[in-house]
Ligand binder design. Structure first.
Ligand SMILES: Cc1cc2nc3c(=O)[nH]c(=O)nc-3n(C[C@H](O)[C@H](O)[C@H](O)COP(=O)(O)OP(=O)(O)OC[C@H]3O[C@@H](n4cnc5c(N)ncnc54)[C@H](O)[C@@H]3O)c2cc1C
Length: 227
């Protein structure tokens, strides 16, 4: 049945699926150099352990940070995934637009999202404007309704999902798993929490940053100090 009912969202949920390792993993990986990898995992880090993590980060001895691994399940619009998937060292699995029908979920800027861009490439800044934000939201909504209606009409008339999806905008939500080691999550955070990164991927990166901090507090502090 053709319908123009669509769902406007601006949330981009980040769910931690799995975490392998802890700050101890980094310490033990570094200490195997001297066969001092005691594999203590139940006690807290000693001041020496913390000093070692700081030393490794400061001196850019980054390979011990490659042993812990984090997997996230993220729902985000396709334009965010375009940026995310430039990070080539992660492993990805994404929902299929050939095998499943998309939900009528489209990203729409929240009222607080600055929309007026000034400056030059590489040196942009954004200014808020309630009026311009409101009119952009209306434009986005109307175009999503048209796209969704075309998608539905094509599916109703027997067009394959992989063809009908061509009508959908990059604001369509898609879900994927992303797995990477801690070193690469730090690299991702550096690039994508920065103010030059697009506002939407900054929101996703900030949520991931919270998870990194929760699971690897010492490594995260060292990263913030020496990045
Ligand atoms: C603000 C911003 C604007 C951007 N604008 C654009 C744009 O306009 N157009 C565009 O195409 N991209 C753009 N990008 C994407 C950017 O060029 C990178 O592809 C992306 O940030 C991933 O960074 P990375 O290559 O360091 O990460 P990863 O792909 O995760 O790689 C991690 C590290 O592994 C090494 N590595 C990975 N692959 C190779 C390789 N093939 N050869 C050598 N070393 C490798 C590098 O040391 C790299 O830093 C932008 C990124 C940001 C943050």
């Amino acid at each position: 049945v053709t319908t123009a009912t669509i769902n406007l969202r601006s949330d981009m949920p980040v769910q931690t699926v799995e975490v392998m390792g802890s700050d101890h993993t980094i310490v033990n990986a570094a200490r195997v150099s001297f066969l001092n990898d005691n594999a203590y995992t139940s006690r807290g880090l000693t001041p020496k352990d913390k000093g070692l993590i700081n030393f490794l980060m400061r001196e850019k001895h980054m390979s011990p940070f490659e042993h812990p691994v984090m997997t996230f399940r993220i729902e985000a619009p396709i334009f965010v995934w375009r940026e995310f998937m430039r990070h080539r060292t992660f492993s990805y699995n994404e929902q299929s637009g050939r095998y499943t029908t998309f939900q009528p979920d489209f990203y729409c800027i929240p009222p607080e999202r600055p929309v007026i861009q000034s400056g030059k490439p590489g040196d942009y800044h954004f200014e808020p404007s309630v009026l311009v934000n409101d009119s952009a939201r209306v434009e986005l909504k109307e175009s999503y309704k048209d796209s969704w209606a075309a998608y539905q009409r094509m599916l109703d008339s027997g067009v394959a999902k992989e063809v009908a999806r061509m009508a959908l905008p990059v604001a369509t939500y898609s879900t994927a798993y992303v797995t990477g080691n801690l070193r690469n999550w730090f690299q991702f955070l550096t690039l994508r929490t920065a103010s030059q990164a697009q506002w939407e991927i900054q929101q996703v990166a900030t949520d991931i940053e919270g998870e990194v901090y929760t699971h690897f507090p010492t490594a995260y502090s060292a990263y913030k100090e020496y990045q």
